[in-house]
Design a protein around this ligand. Structure first.
Ligand code: HT7
Ligand code: ZN
Length: 877
């Protein structure tokens, strides 16, 4: 496979002003007729006309015509990936007919069938599997699309507005759609099916009435209310916070069951994985409700950050994805608790993106090269990219950032641009120099920020010394200093924020500031301090770095109880727990008995007995650092020790605090009618965190409460939480009864069965692999459905660390076999499943050998997809 480099980017030789498509859909194939009004790119004018090289893959070419002349075989060249013609004039029309087989498209890229529905997924390079085209994001065209199908498919959709429809002979009908906004092919969409419609409307800030439509399979009709509500709130929020108004007359969402990712922002016709649309209290957990809200918002926000202003090339992917993730995280923070929402994001980033940044697939937010672009829809591009935009927001301030985004949208509306263009708009709107800041786009790896302090009592000064570095990553051995915004405060002995005055300043300015650390070493000195303060650093995780400061355990306890910044209270509690757990892992490995430092118990006691605190915050603070995060921060991760010590600490906390946990659990388990509001979600979150601790006591009272909660729950959050506790317990009878009941109750609900699968696949009790192999044989499991693959194989390999990393290597072998089985069917999903094997350097020598052997076995297989080849070859390099 060929590597593609950012440095080789060249503007296209031709533009496509208009794209006219006609799809004839049949039961065993589809015919796609395209008519492209093309024009030479003036940049190259003067020289002779270059050949026109159209992208196309897995297509059967039926006919090709140039300016209405049907071409013969010798008039064009056809190879596996391209169709080459020689135009005779600077403006011309190409007409192509291709034959494709959506029914056999298991890769779910291009036009495919999901159940009885036809749908498309064109990002990044799926359009070339539909017809020959200039399939690159900088070629933007106005699309007109006609879909012709049998009456068995009453709903025929594409981008834009419907402009005509009619009947054909033989029970067939057609609809024509016109999209007035030029767009790249990756935003093209088509849907045909027997779908039911949920309709609503939205009045924009300028008074236009937008027709909102959600199409789902009829049995899901009752599960769309939350998505519709989220959509309306997203539309209003984007107007209020970014001044962005929706531009077409219709906005459509379609839910499909077979989808490689979460959703897709096709212009005016978003296609969603049904897991990101459907939500009903009986079938979806609070977490699923929040995900629906976030994904609906994310796809909607793309209408501006991605569609109106798009990417010049795929190296710029974070231009739209990083910015849009930042926008959706701002929205989620505004809709929910901002602190809890940030805690969840940061927890996810640190456990997962940091691991990617430290592994063989590490790459900059704007990668320099790739083999298969689908492999670069990564946590680095999305999540770290969003952190980069967040840092801009922190450095420029709310108003400055808004001025920058206004300028960006105004300047580049209708264009395909680069990350540099985004930064330039931010610079120009603020008179700022972001030259050094741009290194965040080009340097991979997670920077380290070591902080020390010096207090000079005589002078009343307190200095913070910052030292930054960044470890080498593949292809980048040396790194230059980056601009690291550190939001901070100084606290007195009561935890009060002190006024902040830099040396040289006439008077203090506020009690919280952002320090822009730009040098490899940099000192900031504050004056007017009559006692040594305790710094509260990197508040809200103001930069995606690994920061260290020599806090004592008592400092951490103090901060966990007293920091006025909620995020840093959580952070101090996590750091305290992590430090203790790491110490205990060493003790456990040495075979010595474990003992719990009472300071952690004291922090927990304070949280459990202060009824003034936000229950969602308490739930977050009662959660110990995840196993995945503990692996990430380990030099050599001993997954068995991590699991055993962490569970032992959880058990100790449960046993010694059961007396205060029980009354709180009972208060929260008040039998109240279900409500989806944030307060009720927070109470459920704390209640279920407590239940999981109480179950660790192994008492009859606990299992009785758990079974009762399972049986009496009036919502899926409580029912699923109880199921998780039972599945992870030794109460065999109650466990089997709950699993059987759940499967029987929800056997006709694929998304609920996904939960049933993943709860079991993630269960850390011994025998995990045998259980997972049995799940693969369950009639509801299918290797053709990405959600099922993620629910069973993904949950096992990513969440069930002790079983996946079993010392005999059986977990690794199992995963490698599944990847080899899946690769010919769905390369994108197969490549994603590889992630846990790519992390082999984290483990002991014996496991490293076993993991590498499985990677080598995959590498040796014949005809690997470029997707899997790229990940495996880079992992072994
Ligand atoms: N922009 C969308 C990306 C996407 C995708 C990429 C590769 C393969 C399948 C895909 N489905 C969706 C989703 C988003 O970020 O909004
Ligand atoms: Zn996106």
């Amino acid at each position: 496979p060929k590597t593609i480099y950012l440095k080789d980017y060249q503007a296209p030789e031709y533009w496509i002003d208009e794209t006219h498509l006609t799809f004839e859909l049949f039961e065993d194939h589809a015919l796609v007729h395209s008519r492209l009004n093309m024009r030479r790119n003036e940049q190259g004018a003067g020289q002779s006309l270059p050949p026109l090289v159209l992208d196309g893959q897995l297509l059967e070419l039926v006919s090709v015509a140039l300016d209405e002349q049907l071409l013969q075989a010798g008039d064009y060249q056809l190879d596996e990936d391209t169709l080459t013609l020689q135009p005779a004039a600077a403006a011309f029309v190409v007409a192509v007919t291709t034959r494709i087989e959506p029914q056999h498209n298991t890769a779910l890229e291009g036009l495919y069938q999901s159940g009885k529905m036809f749908c498309t997924q064109c990002e990044a390079e799926g359009f070339r599997k539909i017809t020959y085209y200039l399939d690159r994001p900088d070629v933007m065209s106005r699309f007109t699309t006609t879909v012709i199908a049998s009456r068995d498919y009453p709903i025929l959709l594409s981008n834009g507005n419907p402009v005509a429809n009619g009947e054909e002979k033989g029970g067939r009908h057609w609809v024509t759609w016109e999209d007035p906004f030029p767009k790249p092919a990756y935003l093209f969409a088509l849907v045909a099916g027997d779908l039911c419609l949920i309709q609503d409307s939205f009045t924009t800030m300028s008074g236009r009435e937008i027709d909102l439509r959600i199409y789902v399979e009829p049995e899901n009709r009752e599960q769309c209310g939350h998505a519709m509500d989220s959509l309306k709130r997203s539309m209003r929020w984007d107007e209020e916070v970014y001044g962005r108004e929706y531009d077409l007359d219709i906005f459509m969402i379609v839910a499909v069951n077979d989808f490689n990712m979460g959703a897709m922002e096709n212009k005016g016709l978003n296609i969603f994985n049904s897991s990101c649309v459907l939500a009903h209290p009986d079938t979806a957990t609070d977490l699923a409700f929040q995900r629906v809200e976030a994904v609906v918002a994310h796809e909607y926000f793309h209408n501006w950050s991605g569609n109106r202003v798009t990417c010049r090339d795929w190296f710029q992917l974070s231009l739209k994805e990083g910015f849009t993730v930042f926008r959706d995280s701002q929205f989620s923070a505004d809709m929910n608790s901002p602190t809890v929402s940030r805690i969840e994001h940061v927890g996810f980033l640190r456990a997962n993106q940091f691991a990617e940044d430290a592994g063989p697939m590490a790459h900059p937010v704007r990668p320099d090269s790739f083999i298969e672009i689908s492999n670069f829809y990564t946590l680095t591009v999305y999540e770290k990219g969003a952190e980069v935009v967040r840092m801009l927001h922190t450095l420029l301030g709310e108003q400055g950032f808004r001025q920058g985004s206004d300028l960006y949208f105004e300047r580049h509306d209708g264009q395909a641009v680069t990350c540099d263009d985004f930064i330039k708009a931010m610079e120009d709107a603020n008179g700022a120099d972001l030259g050094q800041f741009k290194r965040w786009y080009s340097q991979a790896g997670t920077p380290r920020l070591a902080v020390e302090s010096r207090y000079d009592a005589a002078k009343g000064t307190f200095s913070l010394l910052f030292r930054q570095s960044c470890p080498p990553t593949p292809g980048q051995s040396e790194k230059l200093p980056q601009v690291i915004p550190v939001r901070m405060a100084l606290l007195d002995r009561e935890g009060k924020e002190l006024p902040l005055q830099f040396e040289g300043e006439a008077a203090p300015v506020g009690t919280e500031r952002v320090l822009a650390v730009a040098g490899a070493e940099q000192v900031f000195t504050f004056t007017g301090l009559t006692e040594e303060p305790l710094p509260s650093l990197l508040r809200g995780f103001s930069a995606p770095v690994k920061m260290s400061y020599p806090y004592s355990r008592d400092d951490r306890v103090f901060l966990a109880k007293n920091d006025p910044d909620g995020f840093n209270r959580w952070e101090a509690g996590q750091a305290l727990a992590l430090e203790m757990l790491q110490g205990m892992i060493g003790i456990h490995q040495a075979g010595r008995p474990l003992l719990l430092d009472q300071r952690l118990r004291d922090v927990f006691y304070a949280l459990l007995t202060d009824r003034e605190l936000d229950p969602a915050m308490v739930a977050e603070m009662l959660r110990l650092p995840s196993e995945a995060y503990m692996v990430e921060v380990s030099e050599v991760a001993d997954v068995d020790a991590i699991h055993q010590v962490r569970e032992w600490v959880r058990g100790e906390l449960a046993n010694t605090l059961a007396d205060v946990m029980w009354p709180l659990y009972r208060d929260l388990d008040d039998g109240a009618a279900y409500s989806p509001d944030a307060g009720s979600m927070a109470r459920r979150s704390l209640k279920n965190t407590l239940l999981s601790y109480l179950m660790l006591t192994g008492s009859q009272d606990a299992v009785d409460a758990c079974v009762r909660q399972y049986v009496e729950a009036n919502n899926m959050t409580d029912r699923q939480a109880a199921l998780v506790c039972l599945v992870n317990s030794d109460f065999e009878k109650q466990k089997q009864a709950a699993l059987a009941d759940f499967a029987e109750r929800w056997k006709d609900y694929p998304l609920v069965m996904d939960q049933w699968f993943s709860v079991q696949a993630a269960c850390a009790l011994p025998g995990g692999l045998v259980r997972v192999e049995k799940l693969l044989e369950h009639p509801a499991f299918s290797m053709r459905n990405p959600n099922k693959i993620r629910a069973v194989i993904g949950a096992f390999a990513n969440q069930n660390l002790v079983n996946f990393h079993a010392a005999d290597g059986a977990g690794y072998r199992f995963l490698a076999e599944r990847i080899l089985q899946l690769d010919p069917l769905n390369p994108q999903v197969a490549a994603r499943l590889l992630t846990p094997l790519t992390r082999w350097r984290k483990y002991d020598a014996a496991r490293q050998e076993l993991m590498k052997a499985e990677l080598a076995r995959i590498m040796a297989a014949s005809s690997l997809s470029p997707d899997v080849y790229e990940v495996v070859s880079k992992s072994l390099a």
